[in-house]
Design a protein around this ligand. Structure first.
Ligand code: ASP
Length: 359
């Protein structure tokens, strides 16, 4: 009899482990984005597309390897974002865009869906991997957000890699700033050419926006921010976003990327979100939390909620961009209202999807 009970216990344990342990493992998923904006086939060379696809895949596989080894979603998000921060292709870390004053000022944030803890930094100029410092703010401080010099001091104390600001110089971004500066000058001249250019750049479907906001569309044709959301084998969600902000930004402008609830949000009860786009609108629309709230209070699926915010609410406001979203069952949504968005995901069944254009 005793033997029978032991046998029954053994089977129950094994069965339930495979039922629960296995099913959670089956759902591990990692989703990334490398920015949204005017990204069209017409403007893309085969070499450039190849370079982007390779880097996106490297990021996906790096983050996914962490999950596969039993790592946490937070570790996976950090690892995947590191790859993109270290590449000049994206507007984060190494490839950060230039401010009006010719500096690179970066913002980043991370959130843990299991505990609702979060960490963020803004306006930093010497931290090689801002996402890791954001993580340290979450793990090693009692605060959520640190900015500027204070954030840099904190990073140093935490042993983060500090670099000379010249590390962030890339020729492409420097040229982008020169163009933006020129366009601004043209703007002051009120020439016809400039007017035509602007009409072309502003998406037709967007709502009423001011002249200054239109200018930012011209300047920020591509929002190269990077982000990642992940689901680990413990069923925990995490989200992270890292950016250089928008080319030609002034006055220590900070966008949505480091704002918890706007550019980044994670909650095990609903979803994990990382956004990219015209930050001012994403802050006003409280994008990340809004998607989560639609799921929590209205019972929408992750796809329905993400679509509602990006394709309806943001479009009505005039906010260009997109986001990546992931729920606790591994369902992925990647809506964007711009012409393109670098994006991709990887799942346990081996699916690796990398997409750039609208269709
Ligand atoms: N959302 C970022 C910002 O406004 C820009 C981007 O997505 O590239 O700072």
């Amino acid at each position: 009899m005793k033997k029978l009970v032991l046998l029954a216990l053994f089977f129950t344990a094994t069965y339930s482990q495979s039922l629960f342990g296995q099913s959670a493992k089956d759902k591990i998923t990692l989703v990334i984005h490398g920015g949204a904006g005017t990204i069209t086939r017409k403007n893309m060379s085969p070499e450039k597309e190849k370079a982007y696809r390779e880097k996106l895949e490297e990021s996906l596989r790096t983050g996914y390897a962490v999950l596969q080894k039993g790592g946490t979603s937070l570790d996976a998000v950090e690892a995947a974002i590191h790859v993109m921060e270290d590449s000049p292709l994206f507007n984060a870390g190494k490839g950060a865009v230039f401010t009006h004053d010719g500096k690179n000022e970066m913002d980043a944030s991370i959130m843990d869906g299991a505990t609702l803890k979060a960490g963020a930094i803004a306006g930093v100029t010497t931290i090689r991997n801002p996402i890791s410092t954001a993580r340290k703010v979450m793990d090693k401080s009692v605060h959520v957000m640190l900015i500027g010099k204070g954030a840099e001091e904190f990073a140093k104390l935490q042993g983060e890699t500090i670099v000379d600001p010249s590390y962030f110089y890339t020729e492409t971004r420097w040229k982008a700033l020169q163009n933006a500066l020129k366009e601004e000058k043209v703007e002051l001249d009120h020439t016809e050419k400039k007017k035509e250019e602007k009409t072309k750049e502003v998406p037709k479907k967007v709502g009423k926006i001011s002249k200054e906001e239109k200018n930012m569309f011209v300047e920020g044709k591509k929002f190269g921010t990077v982000g990642c959301v992940a689901l680990d084998q413990f069923g925990n969600l995490a989200a992270g976003t890292s950016t250089g902000g928008m080319t030609n930004k002034k006055w220590n402008r900070v966008g949505d990327a480091p704002i918890i609830g706007a550019g980044t949000y994670a909650n095990n009860a609903t979803c994990a979100i990382s956004a990219t786009g015209h930050g001012e609108f994403f802050i006003r629309a409280v994008v990340g939390h809004d998607v989560s709230a639609l799921m929590e209070y209205k019972g929408l699926s992750v796809k329905e909620a993400a679509n509602e915010v990006v394709m309806n609410k943001l479009v009505k406001m005039g906010g260009e961009g997109g986001l990546i979203a992931l729920d606790r069952n591994g369902n992925v949504a990647m809506p964007f209202n711009s012409e393109g968005m670098y994006r991709g995901y990887i799942k346990t069944d081996g699916t690796v999807v990398i997409e750039i254009y609208k269709d």
